[in-house]
Design a protein around this ligand. Sequence first.
Ligand SMILES: [Zn+2]
Length: 636
Amino acid sequence: MVAETKPATPFTTEINRAAVDEYPMSDRQDFGDIDRGFIAGWENDQVFNDKGDLIHDGQPFTYISDDKDAPESVNPSLWRQSQLVRRCGLYKVVDGLYQVRFAVNLTIVDAPDGLVIIDTTTSADLAKAGLELFRRELGNSKPIAAIIYTHTHFDHYAGVKGLVDEADVVAGKIPIVAPGTIESFNKHAIGENVITGNAMSRRMGYTFGLLLPHCDCGLVTIGLGSGADNMNIHMTYIPPTDGITKTGEVRNLGGWDFEFLYAPDTEAPEEMHIWIPAIKALTCAENANHSMHNIQTIRGARTRDARNFARYLDETLVRWGDEVEVHHGPHTWPVWGNETVVEFLESQRDMYKFIHDQALRFANQGYTPLEAAEVVRLPEEIGQKWYNRYYHGGLHHNVRAVFHKELGFWDGDPATILPLLPEEHAKRHVELIGREKILAEGRNAFGAGDYRWAVQLLHHLVFADPDDAEAKNLQADAYEQLGYQQEVPQYRAIFLTAAMELRNGVTGAGQVNTDSTDTILAMPVDLLFDYAGVHLIGEKAEGVDISINFTFADTGQEWNMWVRRAVLNARAGHVPDAQLTLEGPKPLLAAILLQPGKASAILDSGKVQVQGDQSVLDTLAKITDIFDPNFNIVTP
Ligand SMILES: [Zn+2]
């Protein structure tokens, strides 16, 4: 879909032009490093899967050439990052270490007795294509000796079935090493992306600009990658077989030792750093990047601990700082040379520590999160390093995130404890001041380049009357200019998507499915019932009293689920007085549980055995919610 976009205004043009002076534009080291060790890419930068589907398409990004100055509608620092990360292909990092770089890297350790894969990209198709490119270009036919997941995010595990057969993993032929206990890894890997999946998908559509056109008035980059990977492909999952729970643990994989530093509650709930002494190569997973990372990812996830980023980066320096020769990450490009790597890790450590300490200093001075976010500035020694710039995280929301982590959601202002809802507030505001006056002031603010004020003023009009096209279009124009000025790609994407939905309404395109069959299958049973619980329509479930026994035939697990007091609970084990007992394979029982309205088709297939009163499922259907993937955001 081609969206209506408007050019940068003179105000935006001037702000983006002046921003050049804020950045170390003459430091071009990254442009050399990013091409270092390049071996091969794909024809036209397009990757197809076995069925002929386009799974990575670099074509829409070809207008972003290295020699082209930032367009008026793009912040110059963000433009520079988009020039870098649009690259894709196979790279030799050092002897024995290769990367196939998409938005997520497939890192291949060419160990003496086999390949060890560190992180698997977002989809089985991408992973498979990446491994094929490596094998073809290097004539390397060594078997895969092991897989490592550095952390619990889907873009690091979802490609696994493009690399190995689950049967080989289950049979113990190929270990999958991951941080945390296996139970904990499964819980966080699946839990973080599924329980809140619908909300997160919609928010990802906004934050990654999945609905935006690829042009200098739309998506230029997602920051840690180009945005050329197809996000709507099938994700896979195989639970890990070997958990790392202590720093200093060593595994021999493919004939080389791998040493681990356990770093939980950092960028992900379970995460680890990996040292390969044979080649003096280190990865701090996503705790060290060519970007400031998120203390709170605005797609939505639990808030992280900035102090832990710093703590574990420092532990890493103590352990391997003297020896390390290369740092490779699961996103973007490596850092070479002992001195450079140490400086990189020290600088990233201090960046997170600075944010943590200064946010809490202001908190202790009585600042609210927003007030602190407006005044915290990185010191030059940190802020003038390209790898500390805001291509994934942003300083403004990270400062607020530290408050959130340490002090919770309340900003400390009594007026925000029981505020009127935005819709009600808006109606009263408009009634008091008058639509025409607000609209006129909105036009003045837009005309003066005061876009933040314009957006806030017009928010009242749009929320008081979502059919007010004049107000919506003007607010869209203001959001758009704000978007053009942002260094943080997620702020840009949010503002531009807001503009688009104000102009065109919600189109429904650009969703990411985070609850694939594999993730539902891998979901521990207790989590499956947790997921069912968040579907229960509390206000309709009052007075309902049902109890269902489940037997998961594939694992032999028995569970009982009941709804009483408008709450869905579950426990291991059957109860004798359940009204209904269902026995069948987990995917079918999961389908019945999550969509009881469609249960009859499954029961008719005969693959699920039923005992007792089937009408209980009709009752369950009436109290089970169906989530709208396209809920409103810019209108009430
Ligand atoms: Zn990632």
